[in-house]
Design a protein around this ligand. Sequence first.
Ligand code: SF4
Ligand code: SF4
Length: 424
Amino acid sequence: MALQEYEKSMNYCIRCSHCKWTPFNKIKSKRYSGNCPAISRYNFHSYAGGGRVAIAYSLYLGRSEITDEVLQTIYRCQLCGMCQVACHLVGEICEPLEIARELRIKCVEEGEILPEHMMMIDSLRKNDNPLGEPKEGRGDWAEGLGLKNINKEKADAVFHAGCRFSYDPDLRRIVRGAAQLLLQAGVDIGIGGSEESCCGGRAFDIGYRGQMENYADDIISRLKSASATKIITPCADCYSAFKHMYPMIRKEMDIEILHTTEYFARLIQQGKLKPRGTDFQRVTYHDPCHLGRLGEPYIPWDGEWKKVWGQLNVPDPPRQIRRGIDGVYEAPREILRSVPGLELVEMERIREYSWCCGAGGGVREAFEDFSEWTALERIEEARDTGAQALVTTCGWCERNFRDALETSGADFPILDITELLIGD
Ligand code: SF4
Ligand code: SF4
């Protein structure tokens, strides 16, 4: 798709500004009423979903060009998807998230790219991860676990660790623990090890769609040769890539796609996994954008827009509106409720209205201060619930929260759900 494909969508933006806020009937306090990190931080319309639509339309019509300031504005956005959820409560035609993505593809096509993002792309091309880490060390996290190697053996389930969990030493306990829990429950799992590649989601976010297409082809061919019936990942970003982005670019896995929390919740229901207790009595849960609203299955639509009454554009045939409600929200909460002696207290902005951790869309890499500010906003919201810890289930969210705390000198426990299942 190019910007041209979104002409009606761009034209449809009515400048209503719903994309800047939590939907009004869901607001619980003025303090946490904002929901777009970019407009909340920079307070100028161009930074909101609707402002991005206006930038895109202006570029498309040839009325403006990509200056340095425009480039900075385009990339100061986590692509968290909140604007699209809020916008779709108003109507279904305008798609600020998709248009924000297309804007980035246009930037790349015109050779406009931030140096920090170029480093990520160079690393992907060289080592198949955006972190600048060596490819040969990708499977080191699994050392000694005795997991099958899907490059040589068949396995019913492929465990895809993802870049962040594969290389971040602070998160190693989580990814090893998740794989061990699956093994102990009798799941036939295998890994790609050093041959596993990035899902391509980060490349797509920056505007390199072709790079993600290559990774999708690679992963799909590995799944086929392993005769896998499912892929399980602890990474919310990878989950979103498999479930949402691949179908968007017409790459289908044709097998079951599961986040570890979905599989763990299933095992708990079957009595095959018993959560351990924890020293915490009261925790709150952060919905990662990529597991929640961006983990919603993509619903393709191949219809056309028709004019009725000479002015209104309507989709023919009608298309299903995506409002983020079909993301993974219940499984993590079911797990938390099943941990003995643990109480879950909710923040004000949850599920499809969740505030972003700040790491997405290449913001962590290019705009560190904005990324940290976004994370600290979330941590403050978590503290305000009276919880003793913030629990999440995405390596990127956890890394960003931890880094923001370290930089600010603050302290607040950040946990992954898996840690509550594996115990001390
Ligand atoms: S993007 Fe949607 S919610 Fe935002 S101003 Fe435009 S129509 Fe309104
Ligand atoms: S994707 Fe998120 S950060 Fe970007 S404009 Fe939309 S709500 Fe704001």
